[in-house]
Design a protein around this ligand. Structure first.
Ligand code: 9Z3
Length: 334
């Protein structure tokens, strides 16, 4: 079977890519040689207004990233690589942060799970199954679901009415990277009162637009061989430049339990930020390991708690709120 290597055939230009000699380009170079998303100015103006408002109020603000990033295979994208993340962690966490009095910037993958709405959009029941049509032409929530919906709707409306949630979205990896950079720099104005909660599942590999096929890859040549570059290590500039004073919480996902803690600690040491939360693909909803410079804490739900629909975020968020308060008060996490 014939195969083609995408970056060589059908490229849009032959510009050289600057890298560090190991095939990973410097994040600053990445932003110089790639086009920012068209909606970046609108993204920035919404975020600036939100941050101004909450700076004035003295709020604590958390910048949550949520959901997976797509990696386009063509500049005029027909196909892309995606990952498993549906944004449950980010959306659930947003609710607990709001409960804890935070203002939330919810930067999520378009059409992924959203706070409060998640209870209906991603349940086993269809949305219409909660409703019944009335003879007078109105629609009513079935009695057995009304109390829960009333409670959630009240919280959701409160968050919106008090301007404590800002919904922003992304789809592709390049969009995510530009918005992460720009968003972190805007949030940096809140200094230590900003927390960065990086729960989005970000691809480690991508095809730079200069190396990408412009048009739809054709199947007439047989199979397809892809060569992907490593995504620049954006945590490095985020920690040292973009968000220097904020509390930065990154997530590390693994499937091999033996790698989880060593890899999470390695990230903490390498980038010098404050918290890494390690989680395993299969057990991520029941157990996580929270790693700070001097400590390692396993947070787990009991089978009984799982049975009662208790969510692991109800353990994660209070722990982070405490760490963040220490950070604000003393510049330390413990
Ligand atoms: C996580 O580990 C998140 O907890 C999950 C949540 C993606 C597992 P779901 O969306 O899943 O609820 O289905 N995020 C991974 C973060 C990540 O990709 N980290 C990168 C890294 O470790 C960049 S900070 O290099």
């Amino acid at each position: 079977m014939a195969s083609i290597t995408v970056p060589i055939s059908n490229t849009s230009s032959n510009e050289p890519i600057l890298d560090n000699g190991q095939g990973v380009i410097d994040p600053d170079v990445y932003f110089q040689i790639n086009e920012p998303p068209a909606d970046l100015p609108e993204f920035e103006s919404k975020l600036n207004a939100f941050v101004d408002y909450h700076k004035e109020l003295g709020s604590k603000v958390v910048f949550i990233t949520s959901g997976g990033t797509t990696v386009p295979l063509e500049n005029q994208t027909v196909r892309f690589i995606d990952n498993f993340s549906n944004g449950t962690r980010g959306a659930t966490s947003a609710e607990y942060f709001l409960e804890a009095g935070y203002a939330v910037v919810f930067m999520h993958r378009q059409n992924s799970i959203q706070p409060y709405n998640r209870h209906y959009t991603h349940s086993n029941m269809g949305f219409l199954d909660y409703l019944e049509p009335k003879e007078d032409g109105s629609v009513q929530v079935l009695t057995q679901y009304a109390a829960k919906m009333h409670k959630l709707l009240t919280k959701y409306n409160q968050a919106k009415d008090t301007n404590r949630i800002l919904m922003l979205d992304f789809v592709t990896l390049p969009e995510y990277l530009f918005k992460l950079q720009s968003g972190s720099k805007v949030l940096a104005r809140l200094e230590t009162r900003a927390m960065y909660y990086l729960a989005a599942a970000v691809s480690d590999f991508f095809i730079p637009s200069q190396k990408m096929a412009e048009h739809k890859i054709q199947s007439r040549d047989g199979g397809l061989t892809l060569t992907l570059d490593q995504v620049p290590k954006f945590l490095k500039p985020l920690v040292s430049n973009w968000a220097a004073k904020g509390l930065i919480v990154s997530f590390k996902l693994e499937t091999d339990n033996n790698l989880l803690v060593p890899k999470a600690r390695q990230a903490l040491t390498r980038y010098g930020h404050q918290v890494v939360i390690g989680n395993m693909l299969k057990t991520r909803k029941q157990t996580v390991t929270l790693i700070t410079q001097h400590r390692e804490k396993v947070l787990s739900l009991t089978p009984q708690q799982v049975e009662n629909d208790i969510e692991i975020e109800s353990e994660i968020i209070p722990e982070l709120v405490r760490i963040h308060q220490n950070w604000i008060d003393s510049g330390k996490t413990e």
